[in-house]
Design a protein around this ligand. Structure first.
Ligand SMILES: NC(=O)c1ccc[n+]([C@@H]2O[C@H](COP(=O)([O-])OP(=O)(O)OC[C@H]3O[C@@H](n4cnc5c(N)ncnc54)[C@H](O)[C@@H]3O)[C@@H](O)[C@H]2O)c1
Length: 215
């Protein structure tokens, strides 16, 4: 994938997804997608009902747009999934939103696209639940026609000091060699500083692959 042709769709615009979408949209064409049409229409008016981001913050998303229409996802090549993963009344993970999103993305996936999961899931979920759905609905094979990463969100709502752009993140992927895109994840506004600080130390990544994410 050409770093100059990154088009990002962030799916699920809650506490995690919205700040992420806005950060990317300062630099890259970025779509914020949500199934909640009221949320989308408020965001288009510059209103974050969760009061996490101000009107001024939202204005900084100069390359961003919002949509509730799944057809709009087709134009993007990096999909970041930040939908809720609650537990049910028996404390079992409810992966309904995650599975629905996998279907949605599977249907619009093109060759060489990248899907990154940020939702919190149990070890093994990416490989055992998400990837098979992506493969089924796209007809593609992982690491032949598309790539998957897992980067658990570490945002701490209300913490004004440790913000999205300054907290170190880790990224794991079930591949031996990163696609070109994954290495130059540097600061979007100032290339000297790490932003969405994806720590992609390949050896550490390989080591943590099995233990941390289960993929
Ligand atoms: N909030 C946090 O501090 C935090 C921290 C770390 C990890 N996480 C994890 O990140 C994930 C998202 O959490 P959150 O707090 O942002 O959730 P949230 O409830 O604030 O927002 C989720 C958004 O996703 C949308 N959504 C639901 N189903 C969807 C679907 N099928 N397609 C598209 N959009 C859909 C909802 O309308 C909502 O706007 C969860 O897995 C959570 O465990 C959250």
């Amino acid at each position: 994938m050409d770093i100059n042709n990154i088009r990002i769709a962030v799916i699920g615009l809650g506490y995690v997804g919205l700040p992420l979408m806005v950060e990317f949209a300062k630099k890259y064409p970025t779509l914020g997608f949500d199934i909640n049409s009221e949320r989308i229409s408020q965001l288009r008016d510059g209103i974050d009902s969760m009061k996490d981001l101000s009107k001024k913050d939202l204005k900084e998303a100069v390359h961003g747009s919002f949509s509730v229409d799944p057809a709009d996802l087709k134009d993007y090549n990096v999909y970041i999934i930040t939908v809720p993963t609650p537990v049910d009344k028996n404390n079992r993970p409810d992966l309904t939103a995650l599975k629905n999103t996998c279907q949605l993305v599977g249907k619009v996936l093109s060759k060489n696209d990248i899907v990154i999961y940020e939702s919190t899931v149990f070890p093994g979920a990416t490989e055992e639940v998400c990837i098979p759905i992506l493969e089924e609905f796209s007809g593609f094979k992982l690491n032949e026609s598309f790539y998957v990463g897992y980067s658990p969100e570490r945002i701490n709502p209300g913490d004004k000091k440790h913000r999205l752009s300054s907290v170190i993140k880790s990224l794991q992927a079930p591949i031996k060699k990163p696609p070109v895109l994954l290495t130059p994840f540097t600061n979007l506004s100032s290339p000297q500083e790490p932003i969405l600080p994806v720590v992609l130390k390949w050896q550490r990544l390989q080591k943590s692959l099995k233990t941390h994410s289960g993929i």
